[in-house]
Write a protein that binds this ligand. Sequence first.
Ligand code: SF4
Ligand code: ZN
Length: 327
Amino acid sequence: MKCSICGQPAILNLRHHMLRLCAPHFMEWFPEQVARSIKRYRMFGPQDRILVAVSGGKDSLALWDALLRLGYQADGMYINLGIKERTCHSQTSDGLSQPGDYSGKSLERVRAFAAQRPGARYQVVDVAAEYGLNVPDLARRNHRSAKMCSLCGLVKRHIMNRAAYQGGYAAIATGHNLDDEVATLLQNALHWETGYLARQAPVLPSTHPRLVRKVKPLARMYERDSAAYALVQGIDYIYDECPYAEGAKSIFFKKLFNQIENLSTGTKSQFYLQFLKARQQGRIAFPQLEAGEEDDAPRSLLRDCDKCGQPTSSADLCAFCRLWEET
Ligand code: SF4
Ligand code: ZN
């Protein structure tokens, strides 16, 4: 198998692009594709400061790497959720993670990544240190362990939104890839979740001054491509899924899409891009988004949370601040 560009031995067959690439050309191709998406969907400009949500996984680190290589002012942000692997309850005493400390191990990957890239800046928010409980303990205390991921999502969105607003960032970038997007799209379509479908796009515009725009520069990249990029680039990422993701429906849908893709190359890409096109052309329409993703209420009903100041439709506290009041 030879590289389609230079004829040297190829390391990757990008069947969906009808392209075979050697390592050096793949290393050029990946950031170029990221840059194209940023431009095509007008995600942000060259002078904008971007906050990258990094988890220590391959996608977010590959994205951060590509943005830095493209010359963007991309700062990382890691939220330490305090998640342990389920077989072990070890705790850190010397700042280093022990076996079983999933969040600690993920943070180590982020630190190592930044240490190898002069000028890469990042911040860490430790949920337990900042608010008094880590996310699994918060879920237990609020009797929401069965809905751990929705509670965790709320915590992460809130912390990212506040940090981006307070830091004056133009956009929050996440590492969602095409496999993530099609799995979510199919799940939402199966239940005709119009609210979620309306939000599914490479760019979620800002709908309130305190809710910074969200962008997904990898939304058109296959998961295997970002994994290959991380591997070839020598990025040490956390390979295991979060223990709470085990058995998640999204994993089932990803496997399903991989089977379909094996039978019919390009299906993932078609499914996603045709959805975006149909919406752009008005062939499918959703109710106008009026507020940010933290609150579905019309903008006119939003007020500032009494405690944190983030927008909410509730009379006093936003959903995040209410979490910490519950018993
Ligand atoms: Fe949080 Fe669930 Fe993601 Fe784990 S899988 S980080 S618990 S949202
Ligand atoms: Zn609040």
